[in-house]
Design a protein around this ligand. Structure first.
Ligand code: CMC
Length: 435
């Protein structure tokens, strides 16, 4: 029996004199689900599960998370190994195609990334037309959708393996160019074009920070940090933005449209936008000198909507393994180089306070991936409003992998949840002069 097949074990549902039984589905790591696909047909019931806390929307072979033990694996490989040993393009390939690439596959993929790094010159006016104050996530989403319009043949050819492979490389390569151009447009500097001699991460840093007016040498330590950052963000199973990509893609919307929907979902401060919010909280603490205990009290105050961004997670009830990787990386970067940041001490102190606080302990609120990523990005010179864009660059291979998995699955259906209607019962029309 394969993982994910229904087993002979059943779960019974008893309502009045009726008894219904539903098969248990077991995953590779022995996680269990109940397949209630025929529940409504059998009984007339639908399930209610606000925020999908208990709903498995699909079987997936891409990413495994054990939130209690703090485990994260892509296609079976531990995140710690990937962050230390793999490159981001290699990880993207693994997620999308299911296995680590061979030497030949990786060379061909890198070549495609290099050849597809440019965006159409007509798009330059698009960047210039955006208000300088526009949030880079809004720009990213608009331009990634527009890029699809320049290659409409992909909409028809996405089922052909070659065209799909080209589209994947084009998206993963161009998102980095778009992000760097959006930043350059926001500071009013000329765009720096991709350099065919540079690696994925070095190329990005070069497009962001080099200019004719200043010498910029890409620092290998920062390239290493960026590579690891992108890898730890690359997938996280059925999170909000990935579920959005799958939701939109389930209507057979093209990959570009599905991904743009994912970018919008990621933007929210409860999801990818938390990295910007977390960094801004640390900056405010530094600038205003507000005592950390006051910040903690605010976060715990139910009358205050403020939450400590970078803490808590729907799935992790122990330390987020991505945060652990980033914390180690940060210590390595700051111990063995000229980098320093006063926010680091504030972050460490805040973490210690949170980990020893009863409210945080009772609710299993640990630092998540967004708590330390901002400090690492700051070391590169990346500003707070670009942090969620960085998350999107990292998450893109995961979105593509999930879109492909759903697309390739002959049993997938358009996603269409049910509801329980709570509005008025049928009533008679009231003419305007009687209202
Ligand atoms: N600060 C203060 N209280 C918190 C926090 C926080 N960061 N996170 C959760 N809580 C409280 C929450 O108020 C609730 O308390 P109570 O049980 O008394 O009502 C309890 O902890 C459970 O939280 P929840 O909001 O019901 O949990 P959730 O699974 O619905 O939400 C979350 C998860 C990540 C949205 C939430 O922890 C949060 O808002 N964190 C801050 C934003 C953040 O860092 N998001 C990034 C998540 S990691 C990147 C990603 O994958 O998106």
């Amino acid at each position: 029996m394969r993982a994910g097949d229904s087993m002979s074990e059943k779960v019974k549902l008893i309502y009045g004199s009726h008894e219904y039984s539903y098969p248990v589905v077991t995953g590779t790591e022995n996680e269990k689900g109940v397949d209630i696909s025929s529940l409504r047909k059998d009984s007339g019931f639908v399930t209610m599960d606000y925020g999908y806390l208990n709903t498995g929307s699909t079987k997936s072979s891409i990413t495994f998370i054990d939130g209690e033990k703090g485990i994260l694996r892509y296609r079976g490989y531990n995140i710690e190994d990937l962050a230390e040993k793999a490159s981001f393009p290699e990880t993207a390939w693994l997620l999308i195609y299911g296995e680590l690439p061979t030497d030949e596959q990786l060379t061909a993929f890198r070549r495609l990334l290099t050849e597809n790094a440019l965006v159409h010159e007509n798009l330059q006016s698009f960047f210039r037309a955006m208000p300088p104050s526009a949030h880079p996530m809004g720009i990213l989403c608009s331009i990634m959708n527009a890029i699809g319009l320049f290659t409409p043949r992909f909409y028809d050819d996405e089922n052909k393996a070659d065209a799909f492979g080209l589209m994947v490389a084009s998206l993963i390569s161009k998102i980095r160019t778009v992000a760097a151009f959006a930043y350059k447009a926001s500071i009013g500097e000329p765009f720096v074009y991709p350099d065919a001699e540079k690696s994925y991460c070095a190329n990005f840093l070069n497009m962001m920070f080099s200019s004719k007016a200043r010498n910029y040498e890409v620092d290998p330590l920062l390239v290493k940090a960026l590579n690891a950052l992108l890898i730890v963000h690359a997938d996280h199973e059925q999170n909000c933005s990935t579920s959005t990509v799958r939701m939109v893609g389930s209507s057979h919307a093209n990959l570009y449209a599905s991904i743009c929907a994912g970018i919008c979902a990621l933007w929210g401060p409860l999801h990818g936008g938390a990295n910007q919010a977390a960094l801004e909280t640390l900056l405010q603490i530094q600038q205003s000198g507000i005592p950390l205990r006051d910040v903690m009290e605010r976060a715990k105050d139910k009358k205050d909507s403020f939450k400590l961004s970078g803490f808590g997670h729907r799935v992790y009830k122990s330390y987020d393994p991505r945060a652990k990787v980033l914390k180690n990386l940060m210590q390595e970067l700051f111990n063995h180089s000229h980098f320093s940041d006063p926010l680091l001490d504030i972050a460490f102190e805040l973490e210690q306070l949170a980990l020893s606080d009863e409210y945080f302990k009772e609710r299993n609120l640990y630092p998540n991936v967004d708590f330390y990523s901002g400090i690492l990005y700051r070391a590169m010179g990346i500003p707070a409003n670009m942090l969620t864009v960085m998350f999107a660059i990292g998450r893109l291979p995961g979105w593509i992998a999930h879109w492909k998995e759903m697309h390739d699955d002959p049993s997938s259906k358009i996603n269409r949840p049910r509801q329980i209607y709570t509005g008025p019962a049928e009533r008679a029309w009231i003419p305007l002069n009687n209202r």
